[in-house]
Design a protein around this ligand. Structure first.
Ligand code: ATP
Ligand code: MG
Length: 367
C-alpha cells in the first residue's frame, strides 16, 4: 500500500501544495512550524478520518478560509484510487474516485496507517487509558469494525452511568444495561486479547532489533477483567458475575466500576513494569517496537499499512536510531518520517527514498 500523491488545500497552514510520493520512504524535513506535522496529520486523516491532534474543524481549516481539502491517490490491492476529503465548519464530504463514499468501511479498506508520535510515549509511561487506546487503535487497524464495537460499548457505559447517578434507579433497567455491557464488553476484551496475541512475537523481535538484544524479560499482558479473554461465552459469564458483585458498590458510588473500560495493559521490560521503570529512551523503543509489531501483524494478514512517524528527532541514541531506520527501510509498506534535521536519522535507506522540504506549508521534493 502506498500513497502516490497528496494535495492539500487550505489545510492547517498549507494554502495549496502538491506532492508526488511514489517513494517507499518519504522524509519530511524543515524548521519548526513549517507544516511537517500538518502534512503527516493529513495523511493520517485520510487513513482514519480523524486527526491525532485538535480535531475541531475550525482548527483543521486554514485560518480565514471556508473549506479544507485533502486529496490522495492510493495504490493498493484494488489499483489506484483517489480519496478526497472536504471539510467546512459544518459539513464533511468523502469522495472515492470522485463519487460520494457509500460506506465508511469502503473508505477504511483503501488506506490503513500506523502512527508513531512523541505523545505515544504515554503508551508506556502514561495512564491506563493511553494503553487501552493503543489496543483499540491496533484492533481498529486490524479490523475497522472495532470502532463500532467501542462506540457501542461507550454508549451503553454512558447510559448505565446516567442511570446509576439518577435517583432511585430502576433495577430491572440496570439488569438490561448489565446484560448489554457483558455481551459487548466480552467482545471488546476478546478483540483486544486477540490483537495482543498477534503482537507478542513481532513485538519481541522488533524490540530486540532496535535495542540491540537488550530485550530480556519482555512481556505484554492485559490486566483486569479482560485478562486472558479468549472464550466469548466464558468472558460474558465472567463479566455478568463481576457486575452482580459490583452492583451495591456501583449504586453507592454512582459509577460503572466493572468492565473492560477499566482494564490496563501491563508492559514489562527486564521483568519489571515499564510504566515505572523504563527510561525515556527505553519507553520510546518499546512504543516503536509495539508499532512495528502492529505493522508486522498486518503484514501477516496480507496488509501493508503506511507507517507515519512524527518528529523522529533525538528520540533514540545513535545506534538505536540506525537500527530503527534500517528496519524501516525493510518494511513492506510506505514509511513517512518527519524531522527537523535528516542528519538525526543517520544514513537513510538507499534507493526509493524521497526527501521533501517543508517551508511555510509548501512541500518541495529535493534531488
Ligand atoms: N488552521 C490553521 N490555519 C493556519 N495555520 C495553522 C492552522 N493550524 C495550524 N497552523 C500552523 O501551522 C504551523 C505548522 O505546524 P506544524 O505542527 O505542522 O509544524 P512542524 O513543521 O511540525 O513544526 P515542529 O518542528 O515544531 O514540530 C504552526 O505554526 C501552526 O500555528
Ligand atoms: Mg511537528
Amino acid at each position: 500500500m502506498r500513497l502516490r500523491s497528496l494535495a492539500l488545500t487550505d489545510w492547517r497552514n498549507a494554502a495549496s501544495t502538491q506532492l508526488n510520493t511514489d517513494a517507499r520512504v518519504v522524509v519530511l524535513h524543515g524548521e519548526n512550524a513549517q507544516g511537517k506535522t500538518n502534512l503527516l496529520e493529513a495523511v493520517w486523516l485520510l487513513a482514519t478520518l480523524r486527526s491525532f491532534r485538535d480535531n475541531r474543524p475550525g482548527r483543521l481549516i486554514r485560518e480565514g478560509q471556508p473549506e479544507a481539502r485533502i486529496d490522495g491517490v492510493v495504490e493498493g490491492d484494488s489499483g489506484q484510487r483517489r480519496l478526497s476529503w472536504r471539510r467546512t465548519e459544518a459539513t464533511r464530504q468523502l469522495l472515492i474516485d470522485g463519487a460520494p463514499a457509500a460506506r465508511l468501511s469502503e473508505w477504511f479498506a483503501l488506506l490503513r496507517a500506523v502512527l508513531f508520535c512523541p505523545e505515544h510515549a504515554g503508551i508506556v509511561r502514561g495512564e491506563p487509558t493511553d494503553r487501552r487506546s493503543f489496543l483499540d487503535r491496533a484492533a481498529f487497524t486490524a479490523q475497522p469494525s472495532h470502532l463500532e464495537l467501542i462506540n457501542d460499548y461507550g454508549r451503553v457505559l454512558k447510559q448505565k452511568g446516567a442511570l446509576l447517578r439518577s435517583r432511585g434507579p430502576e433495577l430491572a433497567l440496570l439488569d438490561t444495561w448489565d446484560a448489554s455491557l457483558a455481551r459487548i464488553g466480552a467482545r471488546v476484551a476478546l478483540r483486544r486479547q486477540a490483537v495482543l496475541d498477534e503482537l507478542a512475537v513481532p513485538f519481541a523481535e522488533a524490540h530486540a532489533a532496535i535495542a540491540g538484544g537488550r530485550s530480556a524479560g519482555l512481556s505484554l499482558q492485559v490486566r483486569g477483567i479482560g485478562e486472558d479473554a479468549r472464550d466469548e461465552a466464558q468472558m460474558v459469564e465472567r463479566l455478568e458475575a463481576a457486575l452482580r458483585r459490583a452492583r451495591p458498590e456501583e449504586l453507592r458510588r454512582g459509577t460503572v466500576l466493572c468492565g473492560p473500560h477499566r482494564d490496563d495493559l501491563l508492559i514489562e521490560l527486564e521483568g519489571r513494569d515499564a510504566r515505572r521503570f523504563a527510561s525515556q529512551g527505553q519507553a520510546r523503543s518499546l512504543v516503536l517496537a509495539l508499532k512495528l509489531a502492529e505493522l508486522e501483524a498486518a503484514h501477516r494478514r496480507g496488509q501493508s499499512p503506511l507507517f507515519l512517524l512524527d518528529d523522529l528527532t533525538g528520540e533514540l541514541d545513535a545506534r538505536r536510531m540506525a537500527r530503527l531506520v534500517e528496519r524501516l527501510g525493510a518494511l513492506p509498506g510506505q514509511v513517512w518520517i518527519t524531522t527537523t534535521d535528516p542528519a538525526w536519522l543517520g544514513p537513510l535507506p538507499t534507493g526509493n527514498t524521497a526527501v521533501v522540504r517543508l517551508q511555510n506549508g509548501v512541500a518541495e521534493r529535493e534531488a
